[in-house]
Design a binder for this molecule. Structure first.
Ligand SMILES: Cc1cc2nc3c(=O)[nH]c(=O)nc-3n(C[C@H](O)[C@H](O)[C@H](O)COP(=O)(O)OP(=O)(O)OC[C@H]3O[C@@H](n4cnc5c(N)ncnc54)[C@H](O)[C@@H]3O)c2cc1C
Length: 397
């Protein structure tokens, strides 16, 4: 896959006096528009612009494209006029910012950076936690709720509106390159001045048949902050070990008088935890072997008995997708969430992080807030982008 997919946030239009003998598609993503007599260069290079006109123009190289535009300027460019070249000042790197992860955090940052006229690309492996949300009722602005997938689609559409490319794939490695970074993606190296890591977390799931459908139906839930309100006065179970599970059960007790802690075999809960749950009138069932679905609810088998609940919150922890950053030396807490400062900067210079990969409060509103802060700081840290006057025109000499 060619890097040129990433680097044409702004389109250069080359007008030709006579385009009839140009093919409709040319190397380097250059296309001829038959009706409008326009050459659209999806990416462009200094070499091309110099070929179009010997004087400097207010546009700057996109170096990776150079190898692809050769045939366009061989012998015929003197017939072209550059009508409009858009200033883009980033001589050292192709991208101002590479965003790894296209969930709410990554897509929000992309919208902000694109609206700052920065060159930005998002690489996304397509497993956003938000995609698991059947319907969110706590994300501001949607009084009737919105599904996670609908929100992701809207964010993608908003990013696309500003020319952001969201490319499907997985960034497999990130290396320092002074200044900036080089990401490995799809066998290519992708250089960027700044990187925003928005890779999120992966919940640890209980082993249970039909788990995906149970999550979609709201019977298995991961986030009481998100949706405990919708579980008000229901028969709620929490499945997991230790203090995290105990505190989740206590939190949920504020929503229902009927909360049960399902402890797997081998749980090492402290006496304090057990006592505090007893004080809050939370039942405890020990040695729970398995969870399953029972009609419109959930069942748990323990000591030869089957217990029924309206829904269950697993409290099994998560894997934080912060490995790429910690390999570069970024500091993380004991769970793996990246440490950041008030501008979302990790402890590695130029590397920012936003969303679940950072926060303990795993919320869309938090993720998008992080993203706005990070994107704005990245923008201010880049060289000023001095915009050329519109309709800058040069006639080929
Ligand atoms: C069932 C459920 C219900 C929830 N309900 C709510 C709710 O009602 N309200 C609320 O505020 N929050 C809710 N949440 C939490 C919310 O989904 C997260 O807080 C939010 O998705 C975090 O956004 P993010 O962008 O940080 O991470 P994510 O949305 O997880 O996105 C991370 C993205 O990074 C990509 N990625 C990871 N590694 C790579 C890589 N190496 N290369 C390329 N891409 C990569 C992943 O594919 C993914 O698309 C819920 C979560 C769950 C599981």
């Amino acid at each position: 896959m060619a890097l040129t997919r990433f680097i044409h946030q702004e389109t250069v239009l080359g007008f030709a006096k006579d385009l009839r003998d140009y093919p409709t598609t040319m190397p380097g993503g250059v296309e001829r528009d038959t009706n409008k007599r326009v050459l659209r260069a999806r990416c462009f290079s200094k070499k091309l612009l110099h070929a179009l006109h010997p004087k400097p123009v207010h546009a700057v190289a996109v170096s990776n494209a150079q190898r692809q535009i050769g045939p366009l300027h061989q012998g015929r460019v003197d017939r072209l006029i550059v009508r409009r070249a858009i200033e883009v000042k980033m001589p050292d790197h192709d991208l101002d910012c590479l965003i790894i992860g296209g969930g709410p955090a990554g897509l929000t940052a992309a919208v902000y950076l694109a609206r700052y006229h920065r060159r930005v690309a998002v690489v996304d492996s397509g497993v956003s936690r938000a995609g698991l949300i059947p319907e969110s009722h706590n994300y501001p602005g949607f009084p009737d709720g919105i599904s996670g997938n609908q929100l992701l689609l809207s964010l993608r559409a908003q990013a696309a509106h500003y020319g952001v490319r969201v490319v499907s794939g997985t960034v497999t490695a990130l290396q320092r390159r002074k200044p900036g970074f080089c990401a490995t993606f799809d066998g290519e190296e992708l250089p960027a001045r700044f990187v925003l890591l928005a890779t999120g977390i992966v919940d640890k799931h209980p082993s249970m048949e039909g788990l995906d459908a149970a999550v979609a139906d709201g019977l298995v839930r991961y986030c009481p902050v998100c949706d405990a309100y919708e579980a008000t006065d229901k028969k709620i179970a929490v499945f997991g070990s230790g203090s995290d599970a105990a505190s989740k059960a206590k939190f949920l007790r504020g929503y229902s008088a009927d909360v049960t802690w399902l402890r797997p075999s081998g749980d090492d809960a402290s006496a304090d935890d057990i006592e505090s749950l007893a004080e809050a009138s939370i039942d405890i069932i020990d040695a729970v072997q398995e969870l399953g679905r029972s009609g419109a609810g959930i069942q748990a088998a323990a000591a030869g008995r089957v217990h029924h609940f309206d829904l269950v919150y697993p409290a099994l922890g998560c894997d934080v997708r912060s490995g790429m950053a910690t390999q570069l030396g970024a500091e993380a807490n004991d769970v793996g969430c990246l440490k950041v400062d008030e501008y979302q900067r990790t402890t590695v210079e130029g590397l920012y992080a936003a969303g679940d990969v950072v926060s303990d409060l795993h919320q869309i509103a938090v993720a998008t807030g992080h993203a706005a802060i990070a994107a704005t700081h990245i923008h201010k840290s880049l060289p000023a982008g001095l915009r050329a006057a519109p309709d800058y025109a040069v006639t080929a000499g």
